[in-house]
Ligand binder design. Structure first.
Ligand code: MG
Ligand code: MG
Length: 254
């Protein structure tokens, strides 16, 4: 069942999304060689606490902390890690790494979900291209997020752009509806056929999140039972926005 949001609910999600954006930007600015992923996670915790003090009635918290037992506050995935990386004091970021920051906040009972992948220091030309193409794939997917289009139109746009540039599209993990639950229907794959799948309707809110690999797209779960990594060890990038489908077109809430 797909939950259609009222105008008022979308406004609440936009307020939450603004806070998420602020926190994600500050985390991204903190990424540098020498920092640990635990320190980045700690920064997010501090920022959530300070926002929660400012707006106590919104009951702001992390969408991920404790989700199905996830031990971190933020998902931080480095290099060949695609998503769901657990922050650690042992994981020190090095020059040339790419750091995927995936975060969600709960605000007045509604989740928003967003991710960026940021470089630490100087990265290779090929990795720069991977980040750019993944960001562009997200933008192209958002452009297709229109009333009457389908989730297949979004997936088609994302996949075409990634593969045209010689990159792989992760199939095992997909975008999703967002609302009172972090993961709602419909699923939003990063691949698909034009006109295929669920039809987009006014009031739907979805997270679009291309996960693109520099090499082959196959992934496996690491020994921590959380982190998805590429099987061939190639780097992966992940960008995500929460988007509302409105009469005026796609509205990015994050
Ligand atoms: Mg996310
Ligand atoms: Mg998501």
């Amino acid at each position: 069942m797909i939950n259609i949001k009222t105008q008022q609910e979308i406004e609440i999600m936009a307020e939450g999304g603004k806070i998420l954006k602020d926190i994600l930007q500050k985390m991204a600015q903190a990424v540098r060689p020498g920092i640990t992923t635990e320190e980045i996670d700690k920064l997010a915790r501090e920022l959530v606490v300070s926002w929660a003090k400012k707006i106590p009635e919104a009951k702001i918290s992390s969408s991920f902390c404790g989700y199905r037992g996830f031990p971190g506050f933020v998902c931080i995935s480095v290099n060949d890690e695609v998503v769901h990386g657990i922050p650690s004091s042992k994981r020190v970021i090095a020059e040339g790494d790419i750091v995927g920051l995936d975060f969600g906040v709960v605000y007045k009972g509604f989740h928003t979900d967003s991710a960026v992948t940021v470089p630490a220091g100087k990265i290779s030309k090929e990795t720069e291209k991977l980040l750019r193409v993944t960001r562009e794939a997200l933008e192209l997917g958002i452009e297709k997020t229109l009333i009457g289009n389908t989730v297949g139109d979004i997936g088609y746009a994302v996949q075409k752009h990634a593969e045209k540039n010689g990159f792989g599209v992760v199939k095992e993990l997909v975008g999703h509806g967002v609302g009172r639950k972090l993961h709602e229907e419909p699923y939003v794959p990063n691949y698909g056929k034009k006109g295929g799948g669920e039809v987009l309707k006014e009031g739907m809110v979805i997270a679009i999140e291309p996960m693109i690999t520099a090499g082959r797209p196959a992934v496996e779960i690491a020994s921590d039972n959380w982190t998805y990594k590429t099987k061939d060890g190639s780097f992966a990038a992940h960008f995500e926005h929460t988007v509302a489908i409105t009469k005026e077109g796609p509205r990015v809430l994050t």
